[in-house]
Design a protein around this ligand. Sequence first.
Ligand code: WQD
Length: 343
Amino acid sequence: MYIWFMEKILITGGAGYIGSHTAIALVNAGYQPIIIDDFSNSNTSVLKGLHEILGREVHCYTGDCNDSGIMSKVFMEHQLAGVIHFAAYKAVGESVAHPIKYYKNNVGSLLVLLETMKEFGVKNLVFSSSCTVYGQPEKLPVKEDSPRKPAESPYGNTKKICEDILNDVTRSALGLRMISLRYFNPIGAHNSAKIGELPLGVPANLVPFVTQTGAGIRERLTVYGDDYDTPDGTCIRDYIHVMDLADAHVKSIDYLKDKPDNFMDLFNVGTGQGNTVMEVIKAFEKVSAKTLNFQIGPRRPGDVEKVWADTSKITAKLNWQPKFNLEDALRDSWRWQLALADK
Ligand code: WQD
């Protein structure tokens, strides 16, 4: 495969959890990924992992997507076929404490990116959104035309605001073609165990906390509430393998290629299957052969009770299906946790 013949896709935040896995999926599909990342929520070990998996370097710029100078430099140095925009802060709790930081970075970086795309005539954009825009849906599984709810956090609100910006940009006939992907709960890791979700501080999300508890890094997992209206009283989420999520981004880039200017669409990206916290714990114990130490604690403010995706639209329009199930993802998360212990 000749590198200079491969179409280049810019991945903002490409050294992050989902971005790095998407870099692999892009190469597997014959694209050349170009990464820009400020490494505020990642580190350069990810680039080493990508090199080991791919057998070659992925070109990475260290920089802030809010910096129009570095963004113009990237667009000047590469003829880009499209952009996948991951770069954003994503810690729900932190966003409540530091809203200005979240609005400035998450909304600001999208505005700089859109201006730069227009300036350099790059039309195709895939935006990283979240099922958090639905809040607690009235009907389940949740469809893309379900009403968006008032955000529970500044983080969630930045995703809604960014989707509104994409809609307005489409109406303004700026000439772009865009897709917003509403992620459910990304978990798992590449099966090489050379990249995965990096543990920076105490994990807020369930699965990294589970694997760190299994590895003895955390004393015990606290299950946030078992008095919900669900089969076992614990919350339900749609946990999707990060490689399935990565594949949805590649199929989105392919899908945009023959679309007219000023095109906008959005898709749920989940498995279509909901699992409770207790089911995650049981599945982890099965794949790890470990007994997980956990206790039941109080509900976590802001948690929705149950949400899982209707995936019929992405299947019909992008011909995308998840390949992995909950056990596959937890097995890969666990292998990644064990590999981290050896680093
Ligand atoms: C899952 C379930 C918790 C930790 C968030 C963001 C979402 C996206 C993914 C960025 C819930 C329970 C968790 C723990 C627990 N982020 N839990 N003990 O809250 O569904 O989604 O992360 O894109 O936008 O909102 O994911 O993994 O934090 O929680 O019982 O120690 O696990 O109550 O029911 P969440 P999560």
